[in-house]
Design a binder for this molecule. Structure first.
Ligand code: BDR
Ligand code: CA
Length: 312
């Protein structure tokens, strides 16, 4: 039986690859819906990009919902400096023809968790946690029905990418992150500590391109664009595929390892706003609330990704 998931996302080139990996794996993953949130770029663009990705995968049957256009308590911060003006700069992909669903993403999340048997829906947030936190606040009864939340966000040893202390997804909506991390739902967290190990080297990108398919070529062009930021900033060899760590974990959890620890979100300090304060060394008696991933079999990850993208 495939695992039912909702992908909550702000595409983003790496979000796009995460979605493609899920859509390429129908035996293991059933994507019930894709919910767009404001993040890398404003909501109209993330909702559009999610549909562009579905169409690239030939999956116009997957419903796409637009969600929250601004964080719970703050002004939206975006990341065009990383992802380009459209959020999906790189390949030249056509505008989507499939339409957005009429239902708001938050209502879709609530309705789906209430309609499906308890413990059978996994949430996969790849952007700021605004939609998920809004759903949890509005319908607290759904929290105990969530099978697991597997999300990309935060950092501990790698600290920040948008500020010295904070990772982008958590920084954009720290109040939302605080709600989700404090919700009691089982959490698996892919912080920068692991996603910076999912680096697209030239050989790995050549392997995507060599697939010779529209998907393989588009993914290669996305990472070509997206890598310039990390090359300049970190001197790294290529682009880190942050968000695909989430969908790869669903397929091959054995490629990842981490610690079950306490993670709290800083919501008040100006200096460290949005920091994920991870008790990696277990120096407090705060109760563990997350499996915080640190290690990745990077070659196994890229072999899986290339093999799956070839199926689309
Ligand atoms: C996260 O922020 C976004 O720029 C990426 O899509 C990823 O979800 C990395 O910090
Ligand atoms: Ca993202």
């Amino acid at each position: 039986m495939p695992r039912n998931i909702i992908i909550d996302t702000d595409p983003g080139q790496d979000d796009a690859v995460a979605i493609l990996l899920a859509l390429a794996s129908p035996d293991e993953i059933e994507v019930l819906g894709i919910t767009a949130v404001a993040g890398n770029v404003p909501l109209p663009l993330t909702a559009k990009n999610a549909r562009i990705v579905c169409e690239l995968a030939g999956r116009t049957d997957v419903p796409v919902f637009a969600g929250c256009e601004a964080p719970i308590a703050r002004k939206l911060v975006t990341a065009e400096h990383v992802h380009g003006r459209t959020g999906l700069d790189g390949p030249d992909l056509p505008d989507p023809t499939m339409s957005l669903q009429d239902t708001h993403a938050v209502d879709f999340i609530i309705d789906t968790l209430r309609a499906q048997p308890p413990g059978t829906v996994t949430l996969c947030p790849l952007g700021p946690l605004t939609n998920i936190a809004t759903a949890f606040t509005r319908a607290p009864d759904i929290v105990s029905r969530v099978q697991e939340i597997v999300l990309m966000g935060g950092a501990y040893f790698e600290v920040g990418n948008i500020t010295p202390a904070a990772e982008f997804n958590i920084y954009v909506d720290p109040e939302a992150a605080d709600i989700v991390f404090g919700s009691g739902a089982p959490l698996v967290v892919m912080p920068l500590d692991v996603t910076h190990k999912a680096l697209v080297t030239k050989a790995r990108n050549d392997a995507f391109r060599a697939l010779g398919t529209p998907v393989g070529i588009a993914v290669a062009q996305m990472t070509d664009f997206f890598e310039r930021f990390d090359k300049e900033k970190y001197g790294s060899e290529g682009a880190p595929l942050h968000d695909p760590c989430v969908t790869a974990y669903l397929l091959r959890p054995d490629l990842f390892s981490g610690r079950h620890i306490n993670v709290e979100i800083e919501t008040t300090s100006d200096l460290t706003l949005g920091m994920t304060v991870a008790d990696w060394w277990r120096v407090t008696d705060r109760a563990p609330n997350a499996l915080f991933i640190g290690q990745l079999d990077a070659q196994g990850f890229f072999d899986l990704l290339t093999e799956r993208l070839a199926r689309l």
